[in-house]
Design a binder for this molecule. Structure first.
Ligand SMILES: [Zn+2]
Length: 367
């Protein structure tokens, strides 16, 4: 029911988004890989079991409705995805799971007006569907009462899409409406605290949902309340980290001075240097230009395998991302490498003036 942005740099173990035995690849739609989280089948099983014990002959109908809900959720995510694409943000994949859908973007939707449009696009799909289906009902049955079982089905689909659309517009994180609220707040004097305020409102809503669940005994509210509470907290924390990165320039974070090495330098001599210095990772030079980086991990690995006399070019990483001293570090959030693998030479006027390594990034990220 809610989309998620590209935060996987920090969310390495986020279950519904990871490739795992729980994920089933369904294929591509408009070039976007669509995946099913198998938690859905647990939900299907439970709902079918619960409904068949109450209304024994309703299984077929309940299964059809469940399927329709997940199609509606998928179309909702597709709405977010198309809006994101309109702003040239690629969508990595769409995952449907038991509590909704997630469209993962290759980068964060930054300007507030874009974020608002991308967030509204999902609910807009459901509300549009509800209106189209509603129009059909009005046309075939002007008294608004469904007369055939097909009309009944169309009526229920319209209702379900309307509920899905409106529910997602509730202005509480992690719902789409909460994201809209956050973006609106970010345009006011509350700018620096917009995420926190939106998250706290979301958590207040989650608590209210939980209490309502306890009073009414309505099972779904009790399942969703803790999920919403934690999701709101997580969104705020991720935004907090993002803003710390966005507020830091490479020159403020980099390690300096920095030792560089030639391609033929031996692995052993770099390890020896690293053991007596703060610097653990090295840019590798050929003449004036950076041709690779050697990380602490590859140095350790090479030593363990007895390659101390080999030249460093044999273990260097050829794919180098360099930064200018004035680059904002949130640029790094667009790379797909995890934070503990990022080693970035900072280059100014053709010279390596510093190095951003996992140590600096962890420091900014904070605890
Ligand atoms: Zn959504």
């Amino acid at each position: 029911m809610s989309e998620d942005q590209n935060h996987d740099l920090f969310e390495e173990d986020e279950a519904p988004q990871r490739k795992s035995m729980w994920i089933m690849e369904l294929g591509e739609v408009f070039g976007i890989p669509v995946r099913l989280h198998l938690s859905i089948f647990l939900l299907f099983g439970y709902v079918l079991f619960a409904s068949s014990s109450r209304m024994p002959d309703s299984s077929g109908r309940v299964a059809l409705m469940l399927l329709a809900i997940f199609v509606a959720v998928f179309l909702h995510e597709l709405g977010h995805s198309f809006a994101a694409r309109a702003f040239r943000i690629q969508v990595k994949d769409i995952t449907i799971w038991a509590l909704g859908g997630i469209a993962r973007m290759e980068r964060v939707v930054r300007p507030p007006h874009q974020h608002i449009i991308v967030s509204l696009a999902g609910p807009a799909v459901n509300i549009t569907l509800a209106m189209l289906l509603g129009t059909y009902i009005v046309v075939v049955s002007p008294d608004m009462a469904p007369h055939t079982s097909f009309q009944q089905l169309v009526f229920e689909l319209a209702q379900m899409n309307l509920i899905l659309g409106l529910f997602n517009l509730i202005p509480a994180l992690p719902m789409d409406g909460g994201r809209v609220l956050k973006s609106l707040l970010s345009m006011t004097s509350l700018r620096d605290r917009s995420s926190k305020v939106a998250a706290r409102i979301g958590q207040g809503f989650a608590i209210a949902m939980g209490i309502l669940g306890l009073i009414t005994g309505y099972f779904w509210l009790l399942i969703l309340a803790p999920f919403f509470f934690l999701s709101a907290e997580r969104e705020w924390q991720v935004d907090n980290i993002l803003s710390r990165f966005a507020g830091t320039k490479a020159w403020q974070a980099m390690l300096k001075p920095v030792a560089t090495a030639g391609r033929m330098t031996s692995i052993g001599s770099l390890v020896k240097y690293a053991s007596g210095n703060k610097q653990q990772d090295f840019p590798i030079m050929e003449g004036e230009s950076v041709v690779g980086v050697v990380t602490r991990w590859s140095l350790m690995d090479a030593m363990e395998h007895g390659h101390q006399d080999d030249p460093v070019f044999t273990i260097m990483d050829h794919e180098v991302h360099t930064l200018s001293p004035f680059d904002s570090l949130d640029k790094l959030l667009q790379t797909s490498l995890p934070i503990d693998r990022l080693v970035l030479p900072v280059v100014h006027k053709m010279r390596v003036v510093g190095l951003v390594t996992p140590d600096q990034l962890q420091e900014i990220r904070g605890s």
